[in-house]
Design a protein around this ligand. Structure first.
Ligand SMILES: NC(=O)c1ccc[n+]([C@@H]2O[C@H](COP(=O)([O-])OP(=O)(O)OC[C@H]3O[C@@H](n4cnc5c(N)ncnc54)[C@H](O)[C@@H]3O)[C@@H](O)[C@H]2O)c1
Length: 425
């Protein structure tokens, strides 16, 4: 039996779009997919790159306008991948769906809950659902542990925790006009550590909380949060949050401050065991003293992208019944991001006296705050916010129920106004 070779187009050439080209090249070499078109408004930036030479050698037409690309190739495209800046996702997704094309959309689909709803509405009648590029749901070890949790093997699920420090330099926030922004030209952006760079980890956390089946995500009911920034950005770079997700408590602590290697902990606390997931292994520490340790099936990011795109191709061929993460599955992630801002109500700017500017290996400036690292460690152990630990610079945030998500615009307006007024809010 021969496999139908699916015809694909990639919007974009650089940034993560380059990773899409590399991954699809692997599927193309295997006769699963053929890239028939690509585009980028700044093609000239890629002149003399190996990617451009390779595309030319494979006779892949390169357009400068994505709409022109969609129209020219409308009759042959089976799917389009959208690995472009987040503010472009909704418009590009709509353009593809309106032309009857299936979409593989990079995470996060959007960070505005209303825009997500309208994207879900856009594809209500579509033949195929969009797969959102949250990379790690495909892990078989993750899915089989979730099945064991749902089967009740570890007793009731009590709490899911993600605490991580992923330092980013000042240049990270200068790389794009939307980086670290709350809004741009009246459009909500909400780019933050948990909304963008650590989006996978947050979506993974909510995956543990899904109660109905393996591919399910918990419903966010309420959130308490405290937000800080050490970088000169509009949004926060450090978050401490607790919430109720379905029947489970969640704790989220994350920062883009710091200068050392990144670290993170993903923990699932059940009635009879603590599961520590991540890196090369996952461990199960039973409360009766038994221990299990097994390798996770995480490969390199490029391998995991190949696996995700291959899975999507299988779905389009009818060999899988659904995408790994749909737009609707992304709702808890988007809700949590929005409710964190609504709950906190303000972002505390950390004074420069707390910040140690360090030079990274590529001459970039890293803003390191020792007290943030200490606070994250204490949060991981005790679930206490800096303000609850009596930390001198800490300012308490607040709490929001899911229904208060409608206050998002008013909260963003208030945070922006106070920032513009130079208030340490
Ligand atoms: N899954 C992952 O592991 C992973 C990793 C990194 C980034 N991402 C996601 O990938 C997406 C892109 O992020 P990035 O940092 O690569 O962004 P980016 O700013 O580097 O843009 C990616 C590409 O989109 C192109 N582009 C911009 N406007 C365009 C337009 N109008 N038409 C066609 N192409 C256009 C850019 O020229 C660039 O080539 C984001 O959603 C990001 O969160 C995912």
């Amino acid at each position: 039996m021969t496999t139908k070779v699916l015809k694909a187009a990639v919007i974009g050439l650089g940034g993560f779009a380059h990773a899409h080209h590399d991954a699809l090249r692997v599927l193309e070499a295997n006769g699963e997919v053929q890239v028939v078109a690509t585009c980028d408004p700044q093609v000239e930036k890629f002149a003399a790159t190996p990617l451009l030479a390779d595309l030319e050698a494979r006779s892949v037409p390169i357009h400068t306008d994505y709409l022109e690309m969609l129209d020219v190739h409308a009759n042959e495209l089976d799917f389009v991948t959208i690995p472009t800046p987040i503010p472009l996702h909704a418009t590009m997704h709509r353009a593809c769906v309106e032309r009857g094309m299936a979409v593989y959309l990079e995470k996060p689909p959007t960070l505005d809950w209303r825009e997500l709803d309208s994207m879900i509405e856009t594809e209500k009648e579509a033949h195929f659902q969009t797969q959102v590029g949250f990379n790690f749901i495909i892990e078989t070890t993750r899915q089989s542990l979730k099945a064991r949790i749902l089967a009740g093997e570890f007793g009731d699920l009590k709490r899911a925790i993600f605490v991580g420090c992923h330092p980013r330099s000042e240049s990270y926030f200068r790389r794009a006009h939307w980086a670290g922004r709350l809004r741009n030209n009246g459009h909500l952006i909400l780019d933050s550590c948990v909304g963008n760079a650590l989006a996978h980890q947050i979506h993974n956390l909510l995956f543990w909380c899904g109660e109905s089946e393996v591919l399910s995500w918990g419903e966010i009911r309420s959130v308490e949060a405290e937000l800080y920034r050490a970088h000169a950005i509009e949004n926060f770079d450090t978050v401490f949050a607790r919430g109720q997700c379905g029947q489970t408590n969640i704790w989220v602590g994350a920062t883009h401050t710091g200068s050392g290697p990144a670290w993170q902990h993903e923990i699932v606390d059940c009635e009879h065991a603590r599961i520590i997931y991540g890196g090369p292994t996952y461990q199960i520490h039973w409360h009766d003293g038994r221990q299990e340790e097994n390798p996770t099936d995480t490969n390199t990011v490029s391998n995991i992208l190949v696996r995700n795109l291959r899975y999507f191709a299988h779905y389009l061929r009818g060999e899988e019944v659904r995408p790994l993460t749909t737009l609707a599955d992304s709702r808890p992630f988007v809700m949590l991001n929005d409710l964190i801002l609504v709950a906190a109500g303000h972002i505390t700017t950390l004074p420069n006296t707390l910040v140690d500017n360090q030079m990274g290996s590529r001459e970039e400036v890293l803003r390191s705050v020792v007290e943030i690292q200490t606070s994250l460690q204490l949060f991981l152990e005790q679930g206490l916010f800096p303000s609850e630990m009596g930390t001198a610079w800490a300012i308490a945030g607040g709490r929001a129920q899911a229904s208060q998500i409608t206050q998002l615009d008013a909260v963003i307006e208030s945070i922006s106004t106070r920032s513009e007024a130079g208030t340490v809010n």
